[in-house]
Design a protein around this ligand. Structure first.
Ligand SMILES: Cc1cc2nc3c(=O)[nH]c(=O)nc-3n(C[C@H](O)[C@H](O)[C@H](O)COP(=O)(O)OP(=O)(O)OC[C@H]3O[C@@H](n4cnc5c(N)ncnc54)[C@H](O)[C@@H]3O)c2cc1C
Length: 416
């Protein structure tokens, strides 16, 4: 099993915690004021000054591109196990990850480019992403089809001489609302007659290519998530040179599999951070408020919920660390059961703990004065993004059944 954090990760975590105390927690109110002011101005799709002002400080503190699992030109090179507690800290404040250039979908897109991009593609797109100069979006989901089954994707990518021509409609393209978003990684079909998992490809589409229209944003429980946003995008006769193809025609499914593993574990680590902070808020509130003659914290129902929250959080953390350790030691593919398990466990746990924290705050818990309502909305979406709960449960069950089938149903104990 996994051991303690490495000395490097421990030092990074210390620095990150100090950065949070100095620059993130004290600015939570300012972040809300700035984004509210942009909304009132009628155009929330602008960069937030606070985030841009904190980025250089994060770089100076050596807290930049922490997520990179492989060293890239002197940056990154951290294991998933070591990244877990850092990502957990970032989960405590929903907007903080961008300050460290560690926010989705850019992290997944950078890793995709690092793993599958050509030297030219890396130079053009990966470098500015690593520098935090531009942002990116990942366009897979479509309104017209059940996109949890990626083989349903209808967007077409047709070869025409030296170009590919893309036609389709995507939605929930996170990050596409940002004015810094310059790159779309688009999944579509190059050959609908190929075997099921060889029909899809991924193409790099500069956002300003003619034929690309960002139509509107989709809200999440009423939140616009501006300026990041989850956008509906139309691709109408969009032409890109053939060298914008990633890895090769028919390799899109393979890239999606490689891309989603680390992305899923990052979501789960952040969910654990959000739940941990919600439990702290729950305890603080219950200790401070008196009802019916005694502090709420003395009511046994709250003892039950606090204890249950602690058990659920620690269980989820251990499972997540185990998944991270397996990804590091035997690879993402062999760790697929563990990745699927935490993708179910962590956001369900976080939804439950945040929901109890909201209850403990009474009406205040659902208001804009506390961060809990927004945290609930975010955690609820994690049960859908990167594959809904049911799809991951199916995967876990299939692996479990196959294991028994392999054991010949002879009663042989099978463990790994
Ligand atoms: C906030 C947010 C951000 C997102 N960001 C992005 C992004 O950046 N890029 C992108 O491409 N997509 C993004 N998505 C989309 C997300 O990945 C999809 O919503 C998800 O894959 C599910 O696809 P769908 O919405 O088409 O649901 P469907 O495929 O229509 O599924 C609907 C429901 O059916 C059930 N279901 C599905 N399969 C099974 C099964 N095998 N067994 C039993 N029940 C099943 C599940 O309950 C599921 O929720 C985002 C979504 C949200 C909410």
């Amino acid at each position: 099993m996994f051991s303690d954090l490495s000395a490097n990760a421990q030092a990074l975590r210390e620095r990150l915690l100090q950065f949070f105390e100095a620059h993130i927690y004290p600015n939570e109110g300012r972040y809300r004021e700035e984004t509210d002011a942009l909304r009132r101005s009628g155009d929330p799709w602008q960069t937030v000054g606070l985030i841009e002002s904190l980025k250089p400080l994060a770089r100076e503190a050596g807290l930049w591109n922490l997520f990179l699992p492989h060293a890239h030109e002197g940056q990154g090179g951290i294991s998933n196990l070591d990244y877990a507690p850092l990502c957990e800290v970032m989960g405590r404040v929903s907007w903080s990850a961008e300050v460290f250039n560690c926010s989705a979908p850019d992290t997944g897109n950078m890793e995709t480019l690092a793993r599958y991009g050509t030297p030219v593609q890396k130079q053009q797109w990966l470098e500015p992403l690593l520098q935090g100069e531009i942002r990116s979006a990942f366009l897979m989901t479509e309104p017209a089809v059940a996109s949890s089954d990626a083989t349903n994707i209808q967007c077409t990518i047709r070869r025409d001489g030296d170009h590919y021509v893309l036609d389709g409609r995507k939605w929930f393209s996170s990050g596409a609302g940002s004015p810094h978003c310059r790159l779309f990684i688009v999944m579509g079909k190059t050959d609908p007659d190929a075997p099921r998992h060889a029909q899809q490809s991924m193409v790099l589409v500069p956002r300003d290519t003619p034929g690309v229209t960002v139509l509107r944003h989709l809200s999440v429980f009423g939140y616009d998530d501006a300026p990041h946003g989850h956008m509906e995008v139309v691709l109408d006769n969009v032409r890109v040179p053939v060298d914008h193809m990633l890895l090769g025609e028919g390799r899109g499914f393979e890239i999606a599999q490689g891309r989603l593993g680390p992305g899923r574990i990052h979501h789960c680590m952040r969910s654990i951070g959000a739940a941990e902070r919600a439990l702290e808020a729950m305890c603080d509130r219950l200790l401070a408020r008196v009802a019916f003659g005694r502090p709420l914290a003395e009511q046994s129902v709250w003892h039950e919920r606090i204890a249950e929250s602690r058990c659920l959080i620690d269980q989820a953390r251990l499972l997540t660390l185990q998944a991270a350790w397996k990804m590091d030691t035997v690879g993402n593919k062999a760790a697929r059961a563990e990745i699927a398990m935490i993708k179910v466990v962590a956001p369900n746990m976080a939804c439950r703990v945040v929901d109890w924290a909201i209850q403990a705050h009474g009406a205040a818990g659902v208001s804009q004065d506390f961060w809990l309502a927004e945290a609930y909305a975010l955690q609820r979406t994690v049960r859908i993004v990167d594959g809904p709960d049911e799809v991951h449960r199916n995967a876990i069950a299939r692996i479990e059944l196959a294991r028994r089938a392999q054991a010949g149903m002879s009663g042989t104990a099978s463990q790994d």
